[in-house]
Ligand binder design. Sequence first.
Ligand code: GLU
Length: 496
Amino acid sequence: MTTPRIRTRFAPSPTGDLHIGSARSALYPYLWAKHNQGDFLLRIEDTDQSRTQEGSLESITDGLKWLGLEWDEGPEVGGDFGPYFQSERLELYKTYAQKLLDTKHAYYCFCTKDRLDQMRLDQQANKQAPRYDKTCRRLSAEAIQKELDSNTSHVIRLAVPEEGSVVVEDLLRGTVSFEAKDVDDQVIMKSDGFPTYHLANVVDDHHMEITHVIRGEEWLPSLPKHVLLYQAFGWEQPVFVHLSLFLAKEGGKVSKRKGAMGIFAFRDQGYLKEAILNFCAMLGWNPKTGQEIFSIEELIAAFELKHINIPNPLFETDKLNWLNQQYLKQLPLSDILRRIEELAKVAKEAQPYQDFLAWFTAFEPKRQESIWEALRERISTLLEATETVNWLKSPSYQAGDLVWKKSTKDAALQALLAAKEQFVSLPEDQYLRSSLEPTIIDWIKTTEWGNGDILWPVRYALTGQQKSPSPFEMAELLGKNETISRLETAIKMLSE
Ligand code: GLU
């Protein structure tokens, strides 16, 4: 027997932005397809027209492209198994709904909305699970024909077996058994002629020859309905993998509806796509090697479905920040600048990026390198890099800030005057952290001052920040003239 070509899909409904959870739902099938030299499909599940949101499709496709998760078949690129929009496949679903009617795996339901609403209210009052009461399942062939002849609005429902169990297989969870009597007679065709998700999803996964269905665990309760459909059609089932939803660190679910950020919001805050992908990969998958930083190629090579975890992973922003910082340190400055240029064009709030570029690119390339080297140690996003510009450009502080611990203004003034002399005496080409640091520290040793007495006011004079690079790094960044001028400003402030 030949093993079939591995085919996976990401099947979003265009009902919102591509957010971090959907990015993971796209990444895992992408990785599995690429790991096996298979195909990754994008299928747009737009059968619920009332929930379709303007702009959502673009957000999804642009988001996937930005992340580099290009699909082999789907919108824009086509493929042999199209169309890839479910709204363009209605005839196919009709044919299969009819097949189910013919084989008594489905039935017409003519119940009115009022009747169904009342049923739900009664069930709620009796603390019963909401479920269709199967009235129309008992209609005679004549009664059905009569309703059809008079064009009564209707849906088609799945005829779920009334007893026994429905056994499903999930690669991670193993065999899961559902009581058939607990499974609702799901609507599979709506009165507007559109299929529901369940029918369309099964028909398409079969017709598109999907071998692995990888999706969020919110679909696990629907699996018995899907399995019944596969059985009714006599089709082989794909492998099902349901990914545990990740939880907010503070507790509760991070979900599309609970305001989890869209991919582009992360981008606009200066997260790199490499960090986002790496972070998404780790949300529920464990390489079992302790390695934490993965390029996309490394992810493809290492990814194994069996190493996906069942416990709900935690969404830890600290982890994302840490990863982003690792990538910021790794990438050459030219690459970083290219990304900031992109943000200056496309970010919703582009001004900070534009200001940063204007300021930064005015330096000579060598100085740019040293500024960036100092900056990247202290930031975890590109947006944070732009925030540091303000104080690099011109610090703002009060005279009192220059005073170290329990010291006095006068002591700070004396310290700055003495330090300034040292900085003035050093030639411009010594304005490197490596030469400034030993020189100044050695000099402090010859005085009655401690390190803090000198270094605190100097650093504050140069940065105006509670936390910042050391005075030596700052002096290197600013160069001799600017360093002296900032020390003089501070001295003036203290003398007033
Ligand atoms: N359209 C469904 C969604 O947006 C897809 C679920 C699946 O992958 O089967 O969540």
